[in-house]
Write a protein that binds this ligand. Structure first.
Ligand SMILES: Nc1ncnc2c1ncn2[C@@H]1O[C@H](COP(=O)(O)OP(=O)(O)OP(=O)(O)O)[C@@H](O)[C@H]1O
Ligand SMILES: [Mg+2]
Length: 292
């Protein structure tokens, strides 16, 4: 089946005072329609760089990105973006913040209908009673709900989320994971989500893509997540493969750490990964630990 989203040999080189810095190189990934993919890796490896290139907010220096067969050039309403901080306009209400995008995407429908669309998504994220509040009257979790509503309300083809729950306490985080999963699943949306949290990745994603450490970071290992949908947290946590998959992820990340330490000691390239082998998709070792 043709991929819905295709990142091909994606690369980013930043110009720095010390010369060009290759942050991401030959990053290959394909997402099927409706697939939720988590992107995981050490801080500074280039996760946000990859996501922001797909969002069209960061120039691509190598390769390209196709979304539904169209090469992306700059940002567009086909991609809804959610950042760690909700970045709301402080002088606008929750409804008006969501309307900003809706007005742009549906300029030909009536004001009333646009308000209904914005209101519908705010109600989906649990803010039916807070639509007229401004950001300073909302908790961080509520602001992030507005950010999620804003991203979905433009009816994008895909969602791009960069640590969307990174600033939240663990209870709010779990609540918002449910909200996000419900919205993604009911709309059959394709999503690429950066996270630092192995448990979040296992709960939300169909596949988990782990990046090697930079410089020149790329796809290091991919885990197929076997849990059925719709997901129920207790069922996922009790799944016989849960802890083995979790262990596999932590092992990969620790291994990257050791490579970084060795590279720091002058013993080689952090991406000199002997376990990497290109497969037909240009992705690297798809791994799923089978547990008896
Ligand atoms: N505009 C820029 N100019 C030069 N270097 C940059 C620029 N933006 C990012 N970098 C560097 O690129 C690397 C990757 O940054 P990026 O923000 O993508 O990492 P990340 O994996 O998202 O990290 P974190 O988990 O901390 O958010 C870092 O070393 C960073 O310093
Ligand atoms: Mg980041």
């Amino acid at each position: 089946m043709a991929a819905f989203v295709e990142l091909s040999n994606l690369g980013k080189t930043y110009e720095t005072p010390k010369g060009p810095a290759v942050i991401v190189e030959d990053f290959n990934l394909r997402l099927q329609k409706g697939e939720i993919v988590a992107l995981l890796g050490h801080s500074g490896c280039g996760k946000s760089t990859v996501l922001s290139m797909v969002a069209g907010l960061n120039d691509i220096t190598q390769g390209g990105v196709l979304v539904d067969n169209r090469e992306i050039h700059g940002p567009g309403p086909d991609r809804g973006v959610v950042f760690q901080a909700p970045c709301l306009m402080p002088w606008l209400t929750a409804l008006e913040n969501v309307l900003l995008g809706v007005d742009r995407v549906y300029p030909h429908v009536s004001r009333r209908e646009r308000q209904d669309i914005a209101g519908y998504y705010l109600q989906l994220v649990g803010l039916a009673d807070a639509m007229q509040k401004t950001p300073k009257e909302l908790s961080t979790g509520m602001q992030q709900r507005v950010g999620i509503a804003r991203a979905f309300a433009i009816s994008p083809k895909m969602l791009l989320l960069d640590e969307p729950f990174g600033m939240l306490d663990s209870l709010t985080r779990m609540e918002l994971q449910e909200v996000l999963l419900d919205m993604l699943q009911s709309d059959g949306k394709t999503a690429l989500m950066v996270t630092h949290d192995v448990d979040e990745a296992l709960y939300v994603a169909d596949r988990i893509v782990m990046m090697t450490n930079g410089p020149a970071a790329r796809v290091g290992q991919i885990i197929d997540v076997p849990f059925e949908r719709p997901r129920v947290r207790t069922v996922v946590l009790e799944h016989p493969e849960y802890y083995a998959l979790r262990g596999q992820m932590i092992e990969f990340l620790e291994d990257q750490d050791h490579k970084r330490e060795r590279a720091g000691a002058g013993n080689g390239d952090v991406n000199d990964d002997e376990s990497e082998a290109d497969d037909d998709d240009g992705e690297l070792s798809t791994a799923r630990r089978e547990v008896a």
